[in-house]
Design a protein around this ligand. Structure first.
Ligand code: 4NP
Length: 157
């Protein structure tokens, strides 16, 4: 059965960081047998209907996760109602999310790294202009946040 929690990961383009967070989190909650609805979206519309960046796909494949079927989408106002947790990757994401969120949904917005034990307040840097190694670093950062997030939900379920 699904829990009452649902998570939307948000970055700028929805082809690098938020698909990674979605993939890593689904993988983690499957291991822990937690049932939480998960999705990702971008603040921008450039990559709507596009698959993730090939470097994101490659990095996920390194962790035996196939994300070739993911498609980019832009966040929409209903998302703030439909999801219990809207999680951004950097401070700019949070700033923009707070600008477009209905006032009664502002409390749902948080920064991924704030769930980590050791890296609270830190950003998941955008790897888009980097190389494959940057995507590897991004995955490691995302994992830190994801583990903390899964711990946070596990305590409440
Ligand atoms: P993401 O990275 O926000 O982690 O998906 C980006 C991907 C594409 C663009 C910006 C950021 N872009 O400007 O196209």
């Amino acid at each position: 059965m699904h829990s009452s929690f649902s998570v939307l990961f948000v970055c700028l383009g929805n082809i690098c960081r938020s698909p990674m967070a979605e993939a890593a989190f689904i993988n983690e909650i499957q291991k822990r047998q937690l049932h939480i609805k998960v999705d990702s979206a971008g603040l921008g519309s450039w990559h709507v209907n596009n698959p993730p960046d090939r470097r994101t796909i490659k990095e996920a494949a390194q962790h035996k996760i196939d994300i070739t079927h993911y498609r980019g989408r832009q966040i929409q106002s209903e998302d703030f109602v439909d999801f219990t947790h809207i999680i951004g990757m950097d401070h700019k994401n949070i700033y923009h999310l707070k600008k477009i969120a209905p006032p009664e949904c502002l409390h749902k917005i948080s920064l991924l790294m704030d769930y980590s034990l050791t890296h609270k307040g830190q950003e998941i840097a955008d790897p888009y202009h980097g190389d494959q190694l940057d995507f590897e670093v991004t995955w490691k950062q995302v994992e830190l946040g994801i583990i903390g997030l899964a711990d946070y939900f596990e305590k409440q379920l």
